[in-house]
Design a protein around this ligand. Structure first.
Ligand code: 13P
Ligand code: SF4
Length: 378
């Protein structure tokens, strides 16, 4: 195992008395394999996937080899909405979710009859950790007049308490829709995404104060300096980033929306403020374009995650092979809880499908909830 020491205390979790686990997560990041070792493991996994009637449902932040294998073997690589949709619609009896715990839970909630495996079911998310279900439920009880909208990066128990689940690709549209109906929102857990949606829609939103350990580290001042140095570069920002960082963006959107923006903007250089795992897909699709990570550390400051989610990094070829050869690592959920969590997720999927149809009918690009500001280098 590669050991990488990271000192990080998530303020919300410290207040809640729970351990953040970021250091533990980094300690479990798998050791680098040689190309030959990787290819041998991939061949064994290809055979196991066939034998088990399984497909891999992967996120862009996991290791590039896992992304390649997922695509090549008929699975998918996508943002969290696409992963949910793909897992629910694919006929395979087993889904191997290469991502973090909430993604595996969502797959199981939508397909209770399927076996859902995760290479490491302790791969979690600081947003999920920072929003314990009991505390969140009390928060909801205090505001019964508000529609409860939660980000997908939450536990099944938190989702079960919600009216709507959203991902970053449809959150703004769903809240705008609720706002137009005169509803007031209780939002959890990401405060930056919540504030961004509030600013974009003008909705009345009460925000839980969670944050992503990766995106919280992007620094607006350093980003502005980098942008001055490369005025032709378009700035792509995931909305879990702080408001000052999003304010500098040419595009704010989900991981898929950021990738699709690369193909639409008339420039060859991009500054990317999200987990660096996404660069694998961007570079593969657009080999002639240049991608630069957005700065995570200011002068004299230390970077804790360095734009790499430690829980996403726990996904490995070895882990996938292991769950496919043993029965450990399957996601199990209480049936009543899963049923309650399923309703708000399905509401989101229906909304997204209808929005896609409307967009198709009007001839615009699908899923372009992303904010495209006027791009024009200074
Ligand atoms: P996306 O839905 O945009 O892929 O985001 C998921 C996530 O966890 C980002 O940190
Ligand atoms: Fe959670 Fe942030 Fe990791 Fe995404 S990048 S899974 S929000 S900790």
């Amino acid at each position: 195992m590669t050991l990488k020491t990271v000192q990080y205390d998530h303020p919300h979790l410290v207040l809640g008395g729970a351990a953040c686990g970021l250091k533990d997560a980094w300690a479990r990041v798998p050791q680098e394999q040689s190309a030959a070792e990787k290819e041998r493991a991939m061949q064994r996994i290809r055979e196991l996937l066939k034998k088990r009637d399984a497909v891999i449902v992967a996120h862009y932040y996991v290791d590039g080899a896992l992304q390649e294998l997922a695509r090549e073997t008929g699975g998918c690589v996508g943002d969290s909405l696409e992963m949910a949709r793909f897992g629910a619609e694919h006929p395979a009896s087993t889904l191997v979710v290469a991502g973090v715990r909430f993604m595996g839970e969502t797959a199981k909630i939508l397909s209770p009859e399927k076996t859902v495996l995760m290479p490491d079911d302790e791969a979690t998310c600081s947003l999920d950790l920072g929003c314990p279900a009991d505390e969140f439920s009390r928060f909801c009880d205090q505001h019964p007049d508000r529609t409860v909208v939660v980000y997908a990066n939450t536990s099944a128990a938190v989702k079960a308490r919600a009216d709507w689940v959203v991902t970053s690709s449809v959150g703004k549209e769903i809240v705008a829709h609720l706002h137009a109906r005169g509803e007031k929102i209780l939002w959890a857990p990401d405060r930056h995404l919540g504030a961004y949606i509030q600013q974009q829609t003008g909705a009345d939103m009460l925000l839980w104060q969670g944050s992503c350990v990766v995106h919280d580290e992007f620094k607006a001042d350093e980003l502005a300096l980098l942008s001055k140095e490369y005025p032709e570069a378009a700035i792509l920002v995931h909305p879990e980033s702080p408001a000052a960082v999003a304010a500098l963006a040419h595009v704010v959107g989900s991981t898929t929306q950021l990738i699709s923006a690369v193909g639409k903007l008339p420039t060859n250089r991009f500054i990317v403020a999200t987990d660096q795992g996404i660069l694998h897909d961007m570079q593969k699709r657009y080999p002639d374009k240049h991608f630069m990570p957005a700065p995570t550390a200011g002068q004299g400051a230390t970077c804790k995650s360095c734009a790499m989610c430690p829980w996403m990094a726990m996904n490995s070829l070895g882990g996938i092979e292991q769950v496919l050869t043993s029965e450990v690592g399957s996601i199990e959920l209480d049936a009543t809880l899963a049923e309650a969590a399923r309703r708000p997720i399905e509401r989101m999927l229906r909304f997204a499908a209808q929005a896609k149809q409307r967009v198709r009918a009007s001839g615009e690009f699908a899923q372009d909830g992303a904010l495209f500001k006027h791009y024009g280098p200074a």
